[in-house]
Each structure stands twice: as C-alpha cells, then as structure tokens.
Design a protein around this ligand. Structure first.
Ligand SMILES: [Cu+2]
Length: 368
C-alpha cells in the first residue's frame, strides 16, 4: 500500500508531461493594475497562511495536551472567565477586520480596473473574437493584425499557445482595449495583464492596461466558443516604444505593398492564384471547411464537389464576399480583390473540383 502510494507520488512529480510548468504562484504581472491585483492576492495568501498556522497550532496543541489518556478535564467554567465572555465579540471583530482590509484594497483596485482613463492620447486597440482567431485593429495606426494559432506539429513546446501574428504593444503607454465579437461569445484573457473580458457580438466593452515591462505574454480565449475554442491563444509581444514604432512602420509598408499588388491591373495565371489561394484558404477557411475541403458536416459543409464551388462563379463570389446571414459563414469582403480571386480560384480547382476556371481580381471588383 505504502509502496503503491510512493510510486504514485513519484509518478505525479516526475511525469514527463508535467514538466512544462512548475510555478506555484501566478505569473508575474506586466501591468500596473495587474500588479496591484497580484499584491492583493499575496496579502490574502499571507493572512491566510498566518491564520492557518495559528489555528493548526491550537488544534495540534489541544490534540496532544488535552488527549483522554492524559486524563485531561475540560474546563467547565470557560464561559464565566473574562476571555469566555469577550471572545464572542473579539473574534468576529478580528475576522471582520481582516475581511475589510482585503475588501477595502480590492474595492480600490476594482475601480482602477473598470475606470478606463479618459485621456486624449490613450492608444485604442479593437479586439474582435472570431471562430477561431483574433483580430486586432490598431485604430490610431490604421493597421490590422489577424492572429491564428499555429498547428501542434509546428508549435513544439508551445502546444496550443503559439500564434502566427502576435499582438504587439508598447510599454509605458496607456492602452484601451475595445472588445467585441464577430460571431459567438469569446473572452480575452492574458494573465500578465490580469483583466479578463467577454467579447460579446453587437456590444463593445472596454478594458485597459499600461505595460511596464517587455516580454512575451500568453493568454487564451476564456469563453467556450465552439469546437476550436482551445485553438485561439493570444500572444502579447510587449516591446519598447521605439521598437513599436518600427513595427508599425513595417506593418504599414506591408499593407501598402499588398494594396498595390492587389490593385495593379494585372492578369494572374492560374498557378499564381492557386499558390496564393492555397495559403489563404488554409489560414482563413480550413478551420471550418478543412484542408481536405471535406468540411465537418453537418455544421460546416464540404467545398469539394459542393453546389456553389462547382456552380456559377457569381454565386460562389457572392457567398464569399457577403457570407450567409445566420450561419457561421461570415462575409469575407474585407479581403482584397486579389485575395478573394485567389481563394475562389483555389476552391474551384482544388481537390476533385477541377473546374478549370480562373477568377481575376477584376472579376471580384465587379462582383462587390
Ligand atoms: Cu473563443
């Protein structure tokens, strides 16, 4: 029995899968308010530990010195002594004092959590939850980042915790997050920033943070949002303001180049479109329709041999640009003409579809 117990304990301690995280405490905060929340947690743990020691000391003392074999006689007049009288007041007052110490501090910090600073130059980032990726709109910089998880085969030790494009944020700047969702409930949660907020379709809610150190902080969607809920991690890349400015410039350059490429009056070859289309399809569409094009019926239809992918191009373009109201098929009209042309060409020729037709950016422009 004892042997089995020790084996089990050894198994738990040294199990290879358990080596990822040995930290006993919360991760070290990276923002002012998060630090204050952390401090309350430490205060509470401190108080709880002291109380635990006092209570257990009394319990063990009594167990040992007041045991029956010692012939201990219980005090029959405790209630008549000074302490017997007043303990009924003193103890609750002490408990209340402890409670109010914690609650008072918590109240102050909660106000800071919810009172988003009303500052002119606060940086706005709109955070939109999607099934199953995050969209970050830097409203003051006019850039957009789409963030998707990296499949387990490629993410190594960061299983379900790594994304293609992180949320890059500067330190020392107050940042307002505007949370919303494009489909179902999601929730934005990065432990180092502490505050967790639901993303609700049709509503915009706010949280804020001011990062105080550089680093990579990993979070997760914290509201069950469907089959791929576990596959929408959040990665915050906290950098100095200089690095942030450089990053913003880089993003803008990429955006300008992509727009120029898309609007150039160029006729693309089937091969070019298929290559672009495959990548785009696999990042943006494969979560539902699958890399194989077989979908996950009945929720997500197959595109291999489907009515629209093998039907008129106009109908195919229509559902991709406008989506289908009331289903998980959202409008993809924010993609540029080239991207949509590439995806649609890909869908019409991939797998067994082999339609042989090529959709050009000009066709997409016309269909909009
Ligand atoms: Cu989610």
């Amino acid at each position: 029995m004892l042997q089995a117990g020790l084996l089990l304990l050894a198994g738990l301690l040294f199990h290879s899968a358990a080596k990822a995280e040995y930290g006993l405490n919360f991760p070290e905060p990276a923002a002012g308010v998060a630090q204050e929340i952390y401090d309350i947690h430490m205060l509470t743990m401190g108080i709880a530990t002291v109380l635990l020691i006092i209570v257990f000391a009394i319990v063990f003392y009594s167990l040992y010195f007041h045991r029956k074999s010692r012939g201990y006689q219980a005090d029959q007049n405790f209630h008549t002594s000074w302490f017997g009288h007043w303990s009924w007041v003193i103890v609750p007052v002490m408990v209340l004092g402890v409670d109010l110490t914690i609650a008072g501090k918590a109240d102050i910090v909660l106000k800071k959590v919810w009172d988003v600073p009303k500052e002119e130059n606060i940086m706005d980032v709109k955070v939109t939850g999607h099934q199953w990726w995050w969209e970050f709109d830097y409203l003051d910089h006019d850039i957009k980042v789409e963030s998707r998880y990296i499949p387990e085969e490629q993410s190594g030790d960061l299983y379900l915790r790594e994304v293609d494009n992180p949320l890059v944020l500067p330190t020392g700047v107050k940042i307002r997050f505007l949370h919303t969702s494009a489909d179902v409930l999601h929730a934005f949660w990065v432990p180092e920033l502490a505050v967790k907020k639901d993303a609700i379709p049709g509503y915009i809610t706010e949280t804020w943070a001011e990062l105080n150190r550089e680093g990579t902080f990993r979070g997760q969607c914290a509201e069950l949002c469907g089959t791929w809920h576990s596959r929408m991690p959040i990665v915050v890349e906290s950098v100095s303001q200089d690095k942030f400015t450089a990053w913003v410039d880089g993003q803008k350059a990429i955006k300008v180049a992509a727009a120029a490429e898309a609007s150039a009056d160029k006729t693309w070859s089937m091969d070019e479109l298929m290559v672009k289309g495959k990548t785009l399809y696999e990042t943006k569409c494969a979560a539902c329709h699958q890399v194989t094009g077989m979908g996950l019926p009945p929720a997500f239809p197959a595109l291999n041999g489907s009515v629209l992918t093998k039907g008129p191009i106009a109908d195919h373009l229509n559902i991709v640009i406008n989506g289908k109201e009331g289903t998980a098929m959202q409008p993809w009209g924010t993609l540029n003409d080239l991207e949509i042309a590439a995806i649609v060409t890909y869908e019409r020729n991939a797998w067994d579809n082999k339609m042989g037709d090529v959709v050009q950016p000009a066709d997409v422009k016309q269909a909009r």
